[in-house]
Design a protein around this ligand. Structure first.
Ligand code: ZN
Ligand code: ZN
Length: 391
């Protein structure tokens, strides 16, 4: 693990050096990068990515020669255990962490240009500026590294997708008339925990009947009725990595209408066509357009409002990948993205189908068992019961 973390730090140092390269800065397009000599990483997900530290309060300061983890006494033992590749500096109180940073900067012989992440608060930046270095906002520098996953990270996401699918199967007996949206959400989240997840990667969405028209409806008290379409969007967090899946199912008791079948088929085809085109070198906007054009050709273009997919990893929305605005996102091996087209019709309901896809050297690999037709509302085939031994 320490080797991986050291390699991540080295890659980050190369990115910091690249800010000195005029040509590389220009090729990034509109966001011209400003020259920095060092970086203060304050986003806790980025801190964990670079340091392996799993506590809730720390910063990583990456100087040209050395890197530090700054935390407080609550985490002193944990930080030294988890971060042997970093110089760990500990303040007594969490409120005094700034003093550690100030003294590290005071030790520097020259005034450094230090990048800070744009997710930092105004108050934090104001405080840091008093420590004397020259501070420069930097956007998404660690996030760009995080976008390309190594094999261990891919395994964690694959595992998170598998646990999520099994939990869906555990709860699928509740997908009948009379169950409430909230009951299904609770059942899926409990089953994920029972199967080894740290928790849900976000609050489970269960949107039934007309609620399906709201892409991010939160699971409420509405009870399923025969013939409802129900959209369920859920994910598991396993070893710090997230999965994100969506299935739309038909509640038994009434046959699907022609319109329900049509809308479902169009969304499924859009997902399959877009997924089939995923490979290195293609841009996120090209993949988005494949799904969007398919849905538009069937007259539902206005009903598909959101982007086609986002990167997943340590957080469930880990950066834009597939969207009309992602012309600058070139897919590379190791990128993991969701593919999640949807059609939402006010007063009628909606359909969304979402799977998790890894970009490989030669194309792509589905990390989740892909959704089937409307009549088969399962995230993964139910496990066959072993026949009892004879004798
Ligand atoms: Zn989702
Ligand atoms: Zn998603």
């Amino acid at each position: 693990m320490t080797d991986i973390l050291t390699a991540r730090l080295e890659n980050l140092r190369l990115e910091i050096l690249r800010t000195h390269d005029k040509k590389a800065g220009e090729s990034e397009g509109s966001t011209r990068r400003r020259k920095i000599d060092a970086l203060l990483v304050s986003d806790i997900h980025n801190v964990r990515y670079l340091s392996g530290f799993t506590g809730s309060a720390a910063q990583v300061l990456v100087l040209p020669e050395k890197a530090y983890l700054i935390t407080d006494s609550r985490y002193a033992i944990q930080a030294r255990e988890q971060c042997p590749h970093l110089d760990v500096r500990v303040s007594k109180l969490s409120t005094d962490a700034g003093e550690q940073l100030a003294s590290l900067l005071a030790e520097q012989k020259k005034s450094l240009r230090i990048g800070f992440e744009t997710s930092a608060s105004y108050r934090q930046v104001e405080t840091w500026q008093k420590y004397g270095a020259r501070w420069r906002p930097v956007d998404g520098i660690v996030e760009r590294l995080r976008m390309v996953k190594d094999s261990g990270e891919v395994d964690a996401i694959r595992n998170a997708a598998r646990i999520a699918a099994k939990a869906f199967n555990d709860a699928s007996r509740l997908l009948v008339p009379g169950t409430s949206e909230r009951d299904v959400a609770i059942a899926i989240e409990t089953a994920m925990r029972r199967r080894g997840a740290e928790g849900a990667s976000f609050p489970t969405i269960v949107a039934s009947g007309p609620n399906g028209a709201l892409p991010h409806h939160s699971a409420g008290a509405r009870k399923f009725e025969p013939g409802d379409l129900v959209t369920i969007d859920w994910g598991a967090e396993v070893n710090g990595y997230c999965s994100d899946l969506t299935r739309t199912v038909l509640i038994p008791g009434a046959p699907a209408t022609d319109k329900q079948r049509d809308v479902y088929r169009i969304v499924l085809e859009a997902k399959e066509r877009a997924t089939a085109a995923i490979r290195p070198g293609v841009t996120g906007s090209e993949i988005d357009a494949i799904a969007r054009e398919h849905i538009t050709a069937h007259g539902y273009g206005e009903a598909f409002g959101h982007s086609l997919g986002h990167s997943i990893g340590r957080v469930v929305h880990d950066g834009a990948t597939l969207s009309p605005k992602a012309a600058g996102v070139v897919l590379r091996p190791g990128v993991v993205t969701t593919v999640e087209p949807g059609i939402y019709l006010e007063g009628w309901g909606g359909v969304r189908i979402e799977d998790d896809v890894l970009v490989t050297e030669t194309g792509h690999e589905l990390l989740s068992e892909p959704a089937g037709p409307l009549d088969a509302p399962r995230a993964a085939p139910p496990r066959k019961r072993a026949s009892a031994p004879k004798g």
